[in-house]
Each structure stands twice: as C-alpha cells, then as structure tokens.
Design a protein around this ligand. Structure first.
Ligand code: NAP
Length: 297
C-alpha cells in the first residue's frame, strides 16, 4: 500500500475503458523504485473530455496519460502541443505547465526505444507498416523522422493508408510514404524490409490469425515488431521467424509490442519528473508488468 501524504504528486490515465490498463502498475513501480512521492490512478472518462481535463488541471493533477477513445479529442483541450504529436493528430501524454497541459505522443518514443534495444535501425531502411489505424499513423511519422528510405503502408481499407501517407509526405516535404492494399503485398520489390505489424489481427483470442499468411511475404522481411503483446508470441512473429534467414545471413528478429508499451510509459514518466530512467530500472518495471499481465518475461 502506498504511503500517500499531503505532498504526494497525483498522475493518472484517462480513457474508457481503463480497468484493464497496465499503466498504473508501470507508473507506480517507477515511482517506487525511484523513491518519488507520486501516485498514479485510473480515471474512467466516458465522453466529457473537456470537463475532465479542466477538472484535472484545477485539482493540480501533475501529469496524465490519455488512451482510447480520447487520444485525438484531447488535443483541443491543450495549452500547447509538441509539433510531431500535432501532425500525428494523437496525444497520449499530458505534461502540466503554467498555462494548462502540453501534449506529447510517447507511443512513438516507446517504439523508438524498443527498436534501439532490439538493434533494429530504421535509418536508410525500407519499412513496411501493416495497418493504417491510430498506431500506424504515429509509427509512419516515427519511420520518416528516423530517415527510413521508404515507407510502405499496407491496409485493408486503402483510403486510410493513403491518408497517412499524404500526411507524412506533407509534414516531411518528401515523397517517402506510399499506400498499398494489403492484398497487393506481392508488389513490394526485393527483400530486406523492416516490418511493423499494427493491425489488430492476431490479438487474443484470435491468436491463430495473421494479417498476411503467405510465406512469400515473410521472405521479404529481415526484422519485425508486432505491436500486439497479447499473446506474447503472435502468429505474425512465428511466420517471420519461420521464413528463413535475413538477407545478411543472420537469424530474423521478431519482437512483440510489450517493450513499446513499457517505454511509452517510461518516456511519459521522464517528461513529468524531468529524470532519466536507467536500463536497470526499466527492466524492473518490465518484470512488474509481465507479472501483472501473467506473461513470461
Ligand atoms: P485501430 O485504429 O482500430 O486500427 C486497427 C487496424 O487493424 C486497421 O488498420 C484495420 O484495418 C486493421 N484490421 C482490423 N481487423 C482487420 C482484419 N480482419 N483484416 C485486416 N486488417 C484488419 O487500432 P490501433 O489503435 O491502431 O491499434 C492497433 C493494434 O495495436 C491493437 O492491437 C492495439 O492493442 C495495439 N497497440 C499496441 C501498442 C503498444 O504500446 N504496444 C500501442 C497502441 C496500439 P481497416 O482500416 O481496414 O479497418
């Protein structure tokens, strides 16, 4: 049980639903291991996001995470916004300022740190993004920011992929992102791609499904992240691993999205508290998350 005092900082997560969120375990573990007087609580907010943000500010809430369905709607309640979060059109972290909250998107910082830890570079690489939902949009911006040489956004609903590609190309003033129908994957030339799987296909309980089943597609991929983390090993990850060696002859890498989840939270905590969380501290938090979610570390 936390020792809550009059001076304890209050942070939390706003969303609906929030009951399943692992963020309270993540953030409270961070506060505990850094010896910070901070408590992090879930706030279920159904529709009145404006009243929720104004109320949180009036109550001196120190920092907030924002999750589904409020990541876009919260933007109009902010005093300031990080430019890349504004272009993505989604905010998941609010930092208190003198004038109100400033919004950031730490989902992309989370994936960036996961990729760095896994030794998967985006710079100069051709990237395939499967899916064109909210997560794919943020990830497409990350790939462009990290100087990927080309970004292919493959989706069932092509218009959504086209919309993301147009936003990325406009923001970065380059013809770097291209939209494709996911059924047309055979049109991707050559191999050696990095692939980020962002569709909800393969998510528990539909664990026997993958967004593409054809082995020929997986042969094009050298390294991959499936941002799904339940199950911990998705069918997509298994298909990547089973499709032979990477183009440099090494074993193919395929990771789930649990480290992305970890590092989006770590990045939010760092923004709120103006600290740097060490690798060892992050590992401790990761273990606490796995225990909470019943996942093998
Ligand atoms: P979203 O906005 O609802 O997008 C869902 C995507 O999945 C869309 O591209 C959709 O295609 C595609 N899709 C759904 N069913 C499909 C099917 N049967 N066949 C082909 N494509 C299908 O969701 P999101 O917010 O981007 O999240 C996507 C996934 O990422 C979720 O599983 C979520 O849990 C996970 N996620 C993980 C993290 C993390 O930190 N690891 C963070 C955010 C999200 P259409 O456009 O054609 O419908």
């Amino acid at each position: 049980m936390k020792d809550v005092k009059g001076t304890t900082r209050v942070c939390g997560i706003i969303g609906n639903p929030v009951g399943h969120s692992v963020s309270p375990v993540l953030q409270n573990t961070l506060a505990d291991i850094t010896g910070t007087e901070l408590v992090y609580v879930p706030f279920k907010v159904e529709d009145n996001i404006k009243a929720a943000i104004e109320g949180a500010y009036a109550l001196n809430v120190f920092g907030l995470n924002v999750t589904v369905p409020h990541k876009s709607a919260v933007i109009e309640c902010l005093a300031d916004i990080d430019p890349i979060a504004a272009s993505i059109g989604a905010v998941n972290t609010l930092v208190r300022t003198d004038r109100g909250y400033k919004g950031y998107n730490t989902d992309i910082l989370g994936l960036k740190r996961e990729l760095e830890e896994a030794g998967i570079a985006l710079g100069g690489r051709r990237v395939i993004i499967l899916g064109a939902g909210g997560a794919a949009r943020a990830i497409a911006f990350l790939c462009a920011k990290e100087n990927a040489s080309a970004i292919y956004i493959l989706n069932r609903t092509v218009s959504k992929a086209e919309n993301i590609a147009a936003s990325v190309n406009e923001y970065f003033e380059a013809d770097i992102a291209k939209a494709m129908d996911i059924a047309d994957y055979a049109g991707l030339e050559g191999g050696g791609y990095v692939c980020i799987q962002t569709t909800s296909v393969g998510l528990y309980p539909d664990t026997d499904k993958a967004p593409v089943e054809d082995e020929a597609f997986y042969k094009k991929i050298d390294a991959a992240v499936d941002i799904i983390y339940n199950p911990a090993v998705t069918k997509f990850m298994k298909l990547v691993k089973a499709s032979g060696k990477a183009s440099d002859g090494t074993d193919k890498k395929a990771y789930n999205g649990l480290k992305m989840l970890l590092y989006q939270g770590v990045s939010a905590y760092e923004l709120w508290n103006n600290v740097q969380i060490s690798t060892q501290q992050s590992e401790e938090v990761y273990k606490a998350m796995c225990r909470e979610m019943g996942i093998d570390e």
